[in-house]
Design a protein around this ligand. Structure first.
Ligand SMILES: C[S@@+](CC[C@H](N)C(=O)[O-])C[C@H]1O[C@@H](n2cnc3c(N)ncnc32)[C@H](O)[C@@H]1O
Length: 428
């Protein structure tokens, strides 16, 4: 909790955690769950602890929230949740902590329901989202806002992408079933399999041999929107850790070249590891998508995928710390960079080629808000997303009938929230 409150990513910190797998699993579920409900748990805590005399030190506060999460959202026996949380105060240098935490948690045991009802009148608190985000959703997705907020609090499903260079989705499904893992095919993403339960990837048949990868079905649509053909030169402009680069190479092994660019050397190492495990080949370049002149060799591309760095508000169910890390003021700054990347990369596309703008944001400012003014400025660019032969889920609410691109609501067909706009450059 503290880590997210202080602006650090939970994924990065948990990845460094060692210990027994079972303990790490519990740690992970307590951290993710408490962050998922942090805003509501904090509101409930504020009803019990207020005023300077009872102000909690940050560590004590974070621990108390973990205790409240266990009482209100898990099957952990309440007496165990209280005693373990109180015991945990011993490692803190806070003499009052044990009695305070004990008093708060015992009151929650007695009055939790009533305390919850009092804070739930406010939809941002009820759904544990920052107020700026709820207000923006009401503007951007008025009739879907509630279902998005609810979907963000669900447990993320476990999607796999089958490598067509090694097997077929139907065959791999049979292997999973034979191994006792329940799974099903997607109606929308052709290589996607939905596992009924999350598993350790090492237990997946032929994972090390590159038969399969973990990737949400919404992200898997990218390779089908880009649809590179044999002989094409393809640019993946913000490519790391390489999920979409690898998927495009799996679908079309006869590309002239796949150039994968990213600004982060650390993330490019993960891209390289993915290429190696999946036995794929590509050109990996450390570079800035906003300054292509520093790395582009002048040869035009037939296809460009621009999967922009964004607010990630379409994947909150996977990364609940986004609720605390992201601020309203981040959005205009992100939008400026996204618009700049699109503008700077467009000249790298050959006439007749296609550029796909993608984001895992649900906010209009980062999606149609970027693409629409771009189309106004560039008469040689045409939005062809609507005419792609793809099996999108039944259209959710779009921004407006005339707005470019296609957006996917988080939770729609069990997929993450995503946005795609496929832009074709005219020959003229
Ligand atoms: C949404 S992630 C890309 C995910 C990737 N397409 C995949 O499917 O695995 C955005 C990426 O943009 C990269 N990035 C951020 N700013 C950049 C810039 N100015 N130029 C190039 N890459 C950038 C980040 O390092 C991050 O890896």
């Amino acid at each position: 909790m503290l880590v997210a409150e202080r602006g650090q990513s939970l994924d990065a910190l948990l990845a460094a955690e060692t210990g027994k797998p079972q303990e790490r699993g519990l740690l992970r579920s307590l951290c993710y769950g408490t962050l998922r409900w942090h805003i509501r748990l904090s509101a409930i805590l504020a009803q019990m602890v207020s005023g300077p005399a009872t102000r909690l030190e940050p560590e004590v506060r974070a621990l108390t929230l973990v205790g409240l999460f266990q009482l209100l959202h898990t099957d952990i026996a309440p007496h165990a949740a209280v005693s373990e949380t109180v015991n945990a105060t011993r490692v803190l240098d806070e003499p009052r902590a044990a009695s305070l935490v004990n008093a708060v948690l015992r009151r929650c045991q007695r009055e939790g329901k009533a305390l919850g009802e009092q804070v739930d009148a406010n939809p941002a608190v009820r759904t544990a989202h920052p107020r700026w985000f709820v207000e923006q959703l009401d503007v951007d997705w008025p009739s879907d806002a509630t279902s998005i907020l609810d979907a963000n609090n669900g447990h993320p499903p476990f999607w796999l992408r089958v490598n067509r260079q090694r097997t077929t989705p139907a065959d791999y499904l049979d292997r999973l079933l034979a191994a006792g893992m329940k799974a099903s095919l997607s109606a929308h993403a052709p290589e996607a399999l939905l596992l009924a339960e999350a598993v350790d990837v090492k237990s997946l048949p032929e994972f090390a041999a590159g038969w399969v990868s973990v990737q949400d079905a919404a992200a898997q649509l990218a390779a089908h929107v880009v649809k590179p053909q044999a002989g094409h030169r393809v640019l993946d402009a913000c490519a790391a850790p390489g999920g979409k680069t690898c998927h495009m190479l799996e679908l079309e092994p006869e590309l002239a070249e796949m150039v994968s660019v990213d600004a982060s050397g650390e993330r490019l190492e993960r891209l390289q590891q993915n290429l190696t495990r999946l036995r794929l080949k590509g050109t990996v370049v450390k570079g800035d998508a906003e300054t292509p002149e520093s790395w582009w060799d002048g040869q035009p591309f037939d296809r460009i995928l621009l999967d922009v760095p964004c607010s990630a508000t379409g994947v909150i169910r996977r990364h609940p710390d986004i609720k605390l890390l992201r601020r309203a003021a981040d959005i205009p700054a992100l939008a400026e960079r996204q618009g700049n990347m699109l503008e700077r990369l467009w000249p790298l596309l050959r006439p007749g080629g296609r550029l796909v703008y993608a984001s895992c944001s649900v906010l209009r400012a980062e999606n149609a808000g970027i693409v629409e003014p771009f189309l106004m400025r560039h008469r040689e660019a045409m939005d062809v997303t609507g005419s792609l032969p793809l099996s999108w889920p039944p259209a959710g609410q779009q921004y407006g009938e005339r707005e470019p691109g296609r957006r996917l609501r988080p939770g729609e067909a069990s997929m993450d929230g995503f946005y795609y706009a496929c832009l074709q450059k005219s020959h003229g």
